[in-house]
Design a binder for this molecule. Structure first.
Ligand code: GBH
Length: 440
């Protein structure tokens, strides 16, 4: 790695991130069915129709997984709690589920790691999905009740709490592009989900504040999306992409507004009275989480319906997700967030990482492309700090190879390799390199 810990401010945190459905194994501990189970079971949605029933069996192996974080010298662990585990039908508490997160929290703290909790990383209980999921306003109230239940159990031990992971994925990717559960391609459902997921954020903020929780924020995903050429139509298309992907959520959460060009596209599909929710959605947060993976150059495409745009052919090196490697984009986003939206409020890089087809050979995994990727992105965060952004930490996505949503177990993002037959964990070379860098 091209950096060492001492290049960063003293309180800068290094960590790794995971999400409940992607690692735990949802067949254990009385967790209820989620919309991902149904989505995965429908042919054509997920590679080999794989789901999170077993995943990494983190439900039983969490002590070993937390030891890996500790042994790497990390400071913090970003994990999520599963709504469907805590409330299998979305509304009734499962004591076994709460007990699991109680034990997990103790185990994180015992190892001297700071727990960074995310309340929603996508496992919507099926009972609520069946009633319209995020297109149904009622879901936001039930999300508030879940927030209360899990906060009563572990809230006072968390170093930080995030409400929603990546509202763009929850809404646009899942209801317009159809690539994630529930797999809709419907502009009306999209407009409603894009508002209701932000209302769920606001509702959770209200519940967390009522319980005195201090370190509360949201985790948003951003992509660097410049126009692919100088034509006015191209510039307009890139602006619209930026408004849908990068601006909708951060402007709602920090300013209480939505970009007008997206509202124009949605027309009367927005739920009635949405304006009245904006004050609750924009209540003050304590920190912002930035997930960053890639850039896409944008082109207009008048042959397709609104928003009539597409990504240009890639021109840079790509990861095995086909995503362009562009560390400069992380620096730009961090500086832009500080400058335009959050000022001095702490920003964390809550996810950054890449997929590669890693293999164990002679008991080791050699992943030089990932080593360079991580090093370059951590350096990009450093450059953003040098330019004045208040970036307080970096979480690698992910600790473990895991259930990569529509890609099943085929794409490996981990710093630790998981053999999905034996479930054996093998730290990759990038894990050892990060460990060495943060020890210095
Ligand atoms: C994160 O989302 C998730 O939080 C995490 O659960 C997941 O495992 C991880 O990424 C890796 O995928 O036009 O097809 O090139 C990342 C959000 C949204 C980033 C889509 C890349 C490119 C889509 N991603 N985006 S594509």
């Amino acid at each position: 790695m091209d950096f060492k810990r001492s290049d960063f401010p003293q309180d800068f945190l290094f960590g790794a991130a995971t999400a409940a459905y992607q690692i735990e194994g949802h067949k254990f501990g009385g967790a209820g069915p989620t919309h991902w189970d149904t989505f995965a079971a429908t042919p054509g949605n997920v590679i080999r129709a794989e789901d999170g029933a077993l995943a990494c069996d983190h439900y039983h192996r969490f002590p070993e997984d937390l030891d890996l974080l500790k042994d790497a010298g990390m400071d913090a662990y970003r994990f999520s709690t599963s709504w469907a585990r805590v409330m299998p039908d979305g509304r009734t508490v499962n004591p076994e589920g709460l007990d699991f997160y109680d034990r997990l929290t103790d185990a994180i703290l015992e190892r001297g790691l700071k727990p960074y909790q995310t309340l929603y990383h996508w496992e919507l209980p099926s009972a609520l999905a069946d009633k319209g999921g995020w297109t149904n306003r009622d879901t936001t109230k039930y999300f508030g009740d879940y927030t209360d239940a899990i906060t009563d159990k572990i809230g006072d031990r968390m170093a930080a709490i995030a409400t929603i992971n990546e509202p763009w994925c929850v809404s646009f990717l899942s209801h317009f592009i159809g690539a994630h559960a529930p797999g809709l391609r419907d502009i009306r459902a999209t407009a409603r989900a894009m508002h209701h997921i932000m209302l769920a954020h606001g509702e959770a903020m209200t519940r967390l504040r009522a319980k005195g929780m201090k370190n509360c924020g949201i985790v948003l995903n951003f992509e660097h999306s410049p126009p692919a050429n100088d034509a006015p139509e191209t510039i307009a298309a890139a602006r619209l992409q930026d408004a849908i992907y990068n601006r909708w959520f951060i402007e709602a959460a920090t300013k209480g507004t939505y970009p007008q060009e997206v509202l124009d596209g949605f027309g009367d599909h927005m739920p009635a009275g949405w304006q009245d929710d904006m004050a609750q959605i924009s209540q003050k947060m304590d920190w912002l989480g930035v997930n960053y993976y890639t850039r896409h150059e944008i082109l207009p495409d008048p042959t397709i319906p609104w928003p009539s745009l597409k990504a240009a052919e890639t021109t840079l090196d790509v990861t095995q997700m086909g995503w362009e490697i562009y560390p400069e984009g992380l620096k730009n986003i961090l500086i832009r967030m500080a400058r335009d939206y959050v000022g001095d409020m702490p920003i964390y890089v809550t996810e950054n990482g890449m997929a590669w087809d890693d293999h164990v050979e002679n008991g080791a995994v050699y992943d030089p492309v990932r080593m360079q990727y991580v090093s370059d992105h951590i350096m990009a965060a450093k450059h953003a700090i040098d330019a004045g952004a208040n970036v307080k930490g970096f979480f690698y996505w992910s600790l473990l190879d895991n259930y990569e949503w529509a890609f099943g177990y085929e794409k490996r993002f981990g710093m630790v390799h998981v053999d999905f037959d034996s479930l054996k964990r093998t730290p990759k070379a990038s894990y050892h390199a990060l460990k060495a860098a943060i020890a210095r």
